[in-house]
Ligand binder design. Structure first.
Ligand SMILES: [Ca+2]
Ligand SMILES: [Ca+2]
Ligand SMILES: [Ca+2]
Ligand SMILES: [Ca+2]
Length: 462
């Protein structure tokens, strides 16, 4: 493994100017978005090193920090590093013009018989690997051989004598300026084509693999800081126009009140509805108050509060189709109301005779309609008068309502040709009867107490 190396050259320039150290990786353009690696691991022939390998254990004078070694080693085999980035579907510029994978190089190693030091970047479609590779070097993800990264292969990093190749090693960008015994510079791989292609396919998780000059059995390699190093994590730098436009939501508007299902769409981002994930194009059908929060990849947020109310107001005091002989006090549960087309205040009294229509409408547009009648006028019966006695057929009409004659339904306009009078026994009468027909009195029978007057009060017409 790396610490077995017998010949190590620690390459470090002395610089007349040193950038102040910085703790948070920043890109130069304010619109750049920096995504730090979320997992990485260094492996060699002998094992996997989840957090890198202590530089001070094999580099004289090296700082006591862990590093990942990249390159061929005559006794440790090919030493390589796999780096993963996740959550690439959020927080990115709206239009990406460039994507750079940046790793920070603290040390480069050569010896007198080495080739020069080179770097090769490939990528893997395996993104689910465990950061410790399960302790098994065989679990190192395999390269997918994507040709978009061909330009990032066999990149010179330093000469066989350890002279840094500043054509490829960035020593001038902010954060890449050398710091003695800490940083030589950065390696920047242009991965724009690869990343944007993967992103267009929906990939939010990308794995890159950093190898050196493979299979030469020569000790000539460089190191990069692992992502466990808080200052020099590998990063993806996305350059592009900042997205300052919040998502556009359709289907509901702020403060909206609806009486029907709502299908909601948004042009970008992800949504949370009342605290739960909400899929684009989903339909909200349940009544209630809602808060929809849609967040785009640049963390612009659109919030929409809306309510679904499918319940119409209730009207009390009258029921639909009913008729009343007295005043009615009418109340509505919510919303506004009209009575016969004019504004009506809940709790008011309706006293006017006639047919009425009350319509209550709530704020969501649900409405309830009740029609009723107030009729304080009794029916007018024609053809007979109260208490009268007839000896001819009577045709009886009434102007409204329904009637019974001697307990049975009676139709207005019907003729009554037969009368049956009966004095209740309660009055002390022992017999009764008067019969009438078209032929006039046919029979009068029975006994009446002297002085009794037959009247409707103690007679029924049959
Ligand atoms: Ca790691
Ligand atoms: Ca946006
Ligand atoms: Ca309602
Ligand atoms: Ca009436």
């Amino acid at each position: 493994m790396a610490k077995r190396l017998s010949i190590v050259l620690v390459f470090a320039f002395m610089f007349s100017w040193l950038q102040p150290s910085w703790s948070v990786p920043r890109a130069q353009a304010s619109d750049d978005v920096i995504k730090p690696a979320n997992k990485d691991v260094f492996i060699d022939l002998y094992g996997t090193y989840q957090s890198g390998f202590p530089a001070s254990s094999f580099i004289s004078g090296a700082a006591n920090v862990n590093v990942n070694v990249v390159g061929p080693d005559f006794d440790a085999g090919d030493q390589k590093t796999v780096i993963n980035f996740d959550q690439l579907n959020t927080g990115l510029p709206s239009s990406i013009s460039k994507v750079v994978l940046r790793v920070y190089i603290p040390y480069v190693y050569t010896n007198s018989s080495s080739f020069d030091v080179r770097a090769t970047l490939t990528a893997s479609d395996n993104t689910t690997w465990a950061e410790n590779l399960g302790g098994n070097t065989a679990n190192f993800p395999l390269s997918n051989g994507d040709s978009r990264l061909n330009g990032s292969q066999n990149i010179p990093v330093a000469s066989s004598t350890g002279i840094l190749d500043t054509t490829n090693v960035d020593t001038t960008s902010q954060g890449c300026a050398p710091i003695p015994n800490t940083l030589l510079g950065c390696l920047n791989f242009d991965v724009t084509s690869y990343v944007t292609n993967k992103a267009s396919l929906g990939a939010a998780d990308l794995t890159f693999m950093l190898t050196g000059r493979l299979g030469t059995n020569k000790t000539a390699y460089f190191t990069v800081y692992p992502r466990e190093n808080s200052t020099y994590k590998p990063v993806l730098i996305f350059t592009g126009a900042a997205d300052t436009t919040p998502p556009v939501v359709t289907g509901v508007t702020e403060g909206g009140l609806y009486n029907s299902n709502r299908m909601i769409t948004f042009d970008e981002g992800t949504a949370i509805l009342n605290g739960s994930a909400f899929a684009n194009g989903g339909t909200v059908s349940a009544e209630g108050a809602y808060t929809l929060i849609v967040t785009d990849a640049a963390n612009n947020v659109t919030t929409v509060h809306f309510t679904i109310d499918k319940t119409p107001p209730t009207i009390t005091g009258v029921t639909n189709g009913s008729s009343y002989s007295i005043n009615r006090t009418i109340t509505i549960s919510d919303g506004t109301a009209t009575l016969d087309g004019a504004a009506f205040t809940s709790g008011s009294i309706v006293s006017a005779e006639g047919a009425h229509t009350v319509i209550a409408t709530d704020a969501a547009g649900n409405s309830t309609t009740v029609t009723f009648t107030i009729d304080k006028t009794a029916p007018i019966v024609s053809g007979v008068t109260n208490g009268s006695l007839y000896n001819t057929t009577r045709t009886i009409t009434f102007n409204e309502g329904t009637a019974t004659l001697h307990g049975s339904a009676f139709t207005s306009g019907s003729a009554v040709s037969r009368a049956f009078y009966r004095s209740p026994k309660a009055l002390g009468c022992t017999r009764y009867e008067i019969f009438a027909s078209r032929r006039g009195f046919e029979r009068i029978a029975g006994r009446m107490r002297a002085g009794t007057t037959l009247s409707a009060a103690h007679a029924r017409i049959t």
